[in-house]
Design a binder for this molecule. Sequence first.
Ligand SMILES: Nc1ncnc2c1ncn2[C@@H]1O[C@H](COP(=O)(O)OP(=O)(O)O)[C@@H](O)[C@H]1O
Ligand SMILES: [Fe+2]
Length: 189
Amino acid sequence: MEREKALELVKAQLTERRYIHTLGVAESAVRLAKKYHADQKKAELAAIFHDYAKFRPKEEMKQIILDQKMDERLLSFHHELWHAPVGAYLVEKEAGVTDWEVLDAIKYHTSGRAGMALLEKIVYLADYIEPGRNFPGVEEARRLAAKDLDEAVLYAAGHTITFLIGRNQPVFPDTIALYNDLVMKKEGE
Ligand SMILES: Nc1ncnc2c1ncn2[C@@H]1O[C@H](COP(=O)(O)OP(=O)(O)O)[C@@H](O)[C@H]1O
Ligand SMILES: [Fe+2]
């Protein structure tokens, strides 16, 4: 699907602010894909659609998780997590994207998971470091992203976990699995 068509489809689903975030994620994803030799068109498409379901009603997303027999653990955790897997489902159903690498990159862009594919890591990280982000630590994440993809993804996952613990919030296990996977890989090096 061409960039312009994808942008038109996603713009109808987002607020202006979230659309500008999406453009930032697409720019970051293409840059990371170029640097880490991933398919730039797929990275751009996944980034453009990554927050497609961000503003869908919670009830609708909950029903999709149940009907589509998605990971029901999601329903016991913060609904912030739901737009990623539900987004992948809706992007296929409503926008007709069938490339499973692109759909998986959307599906796991919020929680991450152990054993992430290159495209998944790129969209996960692009979402974290896009130019509109200004949370403490984002500069370090950007510095690491320019050096080593796994280091940067590890940093993002670790900081998301500590951010949630700092607020006494439950942490969806797939992000911990991602963190453990990368930290053990790093130890093994
Ligand atoms: N493992 C997790 N458990 C619970 N909440 C999480 C987890 N990982 C990320 N989140 C939450 O998801 C939200 C981030 O959503 P994300 O899709 O990554 O970014 P955004 O929607 O802001 O572009 C944050 O509120 C973050 O705290
Ligand atoms: Fe996002």
